[in-house]
Design a protein around this ligand. Structure first.
Ligand code: HEM
Length: 432
């Protein structure tokens, strides 16, 4: 059954937004009724924080500070009652572009970047390259919208991401869930300062819950042998060691919440005030900024308020993973390049595209295209130069140490003397 978010008070867009907003932020952004909903859904359940236990499942655990895990994981109670919106076979470029703008607006008001990235990853990450048949092979096919898959332990909390996106899905019937999840994830990375992801769209949606993958295809954060486990899971998706390390770098965003995954502290000095719903433990200090601090901070291991899961720590322990982790810790550009490629690859796993080559949406130029130099434009008449051309001229002056405002610093007298001397030498050479 597809998850219906349209009919209950709890599942209204306002309540969904509330679940991701801090009290202070919601007070600013939401109307009174919505703020009331926000207050209700923001109070943490004490019972959900009760059964925590310490773990020591990695050789590095002594460095891992407080890692906490719950014995059982609760799936949020939501209303699952019917079809959310009309199904659609394929996405259209115009609607994809508009949906992207709406996602940007959503990000600006709710700060939900991290959970959208996790949503996209968990839809795609069920892919099994050893199964040819679609959609049995899993992957980016929108199956994560169904209750049965949302209830998988690994997906705890992702119902909130779906609630945030559902109003956008309702506005654009010409965008599939599979595309919307990946569009939201890539947009969240880009909008938080990360690299531009070379995305394509046109993913076809699965049509029913019976097409969801079985539970257990996504990685566990604290397995007995983290390196082997990561390889088992990611190799099954057709990804390699470099891609495992690069993609793990997405933990530069977001937080872990004990009441969802069982991992992390209930709150830290970096998360107690949000933005977004306060609480959880982040991997980085600025957990809404996409950068390479995930690698820097794991390496430094010096802040007890920052999270290091066993599967994060192993990136600096395993000899093959370590090569990439060390590189990304010192070279953000290399990380961004590898991350962008790996993210795009992840987003395509298991997907069936219609049209088969996919749809590339043109965002328009990220910055104004450089003005082409046309000699004719400047060769006659007195015309005002464009700003771009003025900048170009200024740059050219500056490379030779001058400025268009001031004459070049040069010794004209000396230049004339040199020319006269050169002429004198030539005359004496050829004159005889
Ligand atoms: C390598 C194996 C991975 C493991 C074991 C893992 C595990 C986890 C766990 C336990 C959480 C906390 C969830 C919560 O409590 O709400 C989490 C959050 C997150 N994960 Fe991963 N993850 C892995 C890989 C990835 C990948 C490949 C991506 C994206 C490309 C990703 C993106 C995220 C993000 C953005 C969050 C923060 C979500 C939020 O703040 O709501 N993770 N992950």
């Amino acid at each position: 059954m597809e998850l219906s978010l349209a009919h209950s008070a709890q599942s209204s867009p306002a309540a969904a937004m509330a679940s991701s907003l801090s009290g202070a932020t919601s007070a600013r952004l939401l109307p009174a009724a919505s703020r009331a909903a926000a207050r209700v859904s923001l109070s943490p359940s004490p019972s959900s924080l009760k059964c925590l236990r310490s773990i020591s499942s990695s050789p590095l655990t002594s460095h891992l500070f407080l890692q906490q895990r719950r014995r059982s994981i609760q799936v949020p109670s939501v209303s699952y009652s019917g079809i959310a919106s009309p199904k659609c076979a394929v996405s259209t470029p115009e609607q994809l572009k508009s949906a992207k703008e709406d996602i940007k607006d959503l990000l600006k008001t709710t700060f939900c970047h991290p959970i959208l990235v996790r949503l996209g990853w968990h839809d795609a990450g069920t892919y099994n390259k050893n199964i040819e048949e679609w959609p049995k092979r899993g992957g980016a096919n929108g199956s994560l919208r169904f209750e049965i898959e949302l209830k998988h332990a690994a997906n705890a909390g992702l119902v909130n991401a779906l609630k945030l996106l559902q109003p956008i899905k309702d506005r654009y019937s010409g965008v599939t869930y599979a595309d919307l999840f990946q569009l939201a994830s890539a947009t969240a990375v880009e909008e938080s300062g990360g690299p531009k992801i070379p995305m394509k769209y046109g993913r076809v949606d699965v049509s029913g819950p019976e097409e969801c993958p079985e539970e257990g295809r996504l990685p566990d954060a604290g397995p007995p042998s983290p390196a082997n486990h990561l390889r088992d899971v990611f190799y099954r998706m057709g990804l390699n060691d470099q891609e495992i390390v690069a993609l793990s770098g997405a933990h530069t965003l977001g937080r872990s919440r004990p009441e969802r995954s069982g991992w992390g502290k209930p709150e830290t000095k970096y998360t107690k005030d949000g933005p977004g719903a306060p609480g959880g433990q982040s991997w980085t200090v600025q957990w809404l900024k996409f950068d390479n601090f995930y690698f820097k901070d794991i390496k430094a291991k010096r802040d007890e308020d920052l999270l290091v899961l066993p599967t994060d720590a192993v990136l600096f322990e395993d000899p093959s993973f370590k090569v990439y982790a060390e590189k990304y810790a010192v070279d953000q550009e290399a990380f961004f390049k590898d991350y962008a490629e790996a993210h795009a690859k992840l987003s395509n796993l298991g997907a069936k595209f219609d049209p088969p080559e996919g749809i590339v949406i043109d965002d328009g130029p990220a910055r104004p295209a450089p003005e082409k130099f046309e000699a004719a434009k400047y060769s006659s008449g007195k015309r005002e130069l464009s700003d771009a051309m003025k900048q170009k001229i200024r740059a050219e002056y500056e490379t030779i140490g001058g400025s268009p405002d001031k004459p070049l610093k040069s010794n004209y007298f000396l230049n004339i003397m040199i020319v006269i001397a050169a002429l004198a030498v030539l005359t004496s050479l050829f004159g005889n």
